[in-house]
Ligand binder design. Structure first.
Ligand code: AMP
Length: 233
């Protein structure tokens, strides 16, 4: 049976460092969805020194959340673009209940909300070991994927850096913010899904522990099963 993956709208939730970005990229390739990563959009704005970038640079470096009104405008505009009309995946948005309600109020239909769960201590180990080659965006890891030569990019030999918001103290702060502001979203989406309301997205949680392929398989099992149901009914 041929599966039609068109027009699927997904929200991927999870702590910073749970692997959302990596999984989102693979899912979007597979299902031909547009990936909307608010963290990447903001970092691009900072790198390009746009007015938005200048206004959010310090907030991001300190691991705090950018104000809701700024984020809501950014995401609404992005979703309205033509390349999102055949489906998209939100990675990093919504992060607060105000952002959840803004999506609902704007009538933006979401089919699936999936939370990727990873314990805090594992997250700290993952993020604080991350090393970046700024010019290419290549990512390494002190323990899991070390460069051939310590702290040097494999291809260019340039020094690698740690993103300021990847330092351990900042990671712990981001996790604290996540628990306080983003975890209520899980409860919200869980209850909405249970309510049986026709506009409620499906809600699922998976473990983010394991290899990239294992986590990807868990996500696909949910999305493919859902697709099969939709086709069969
Ligand atoms: P991320 O790469 O998703 O961890 O995002 C990096 C940083 O961008 C976060 O720590 C926040 O400062 C900011 N950010 C990204 N998405 C949002 C959002 N939906 N609401 C508020 N701040 C955000």
């Amino acid at each position: 049976m041929k599966l039609e993956y068109e027009d699927m709208q997904i929200i991927l939730l999870g702590s910073p460092g749970a692997g959302k970005g990596t999984q989102a990229r693979i899912l979007c390739d597979h299902y031909h969805l547009m990936q909307i990563s608010t963290g990447d959009m903001l970092r691009a704005a900072v790198a390009a020194h746009t007015p938005l970038g200048e206004s959010v640079k310090k907030i991001i470096e300190e691991g705090k959340l950018v104000p809701d009104d700024v984020m809501i405008e950014l995401v609404k505009h992005r979703i309205a673009e033509s390349d999102c009309q055949r489906g998209f995946l939100l990675d990093g948005f919504p992060r607060t209940l105000v952002q959840v309600n803004a999506l609902r109020d704007a009538g933006i239909k979401i089919d699936h909300v999936i939370n990727i769960h990873v314990d805090d201590n594992e997250i700290v180990k993952r993020i604080s070991g991350r090393l970046i080659h700024p010019a290419s965006g290549r990512v390494y890891h002190q323990y899991y994927q070390p460069p051939q030569k310590a702290n040097r990019d494999d291809e260019t030999g340039d020094p690698l850096i740690q993103r300021p918001d990847d330092e351990e103290a900042t990671v712990r702060k981001r996790l604290g913010i996540h628990h306080a502001q983003t975890e209520p979203l899980l409860k919200y989406y869980k209850q909405w899904a249970k309510s049986g309301s026709p506009d409620a997205p499906q809600f699922n949680e998976i473990s983010g522990v394991g290899s990239v392929e294992e986590v990807q398989a868990r996500l696909r099992a949910i999305l493919d099963t859902q697709m099969m149901k939709e086709i069969c009914y």
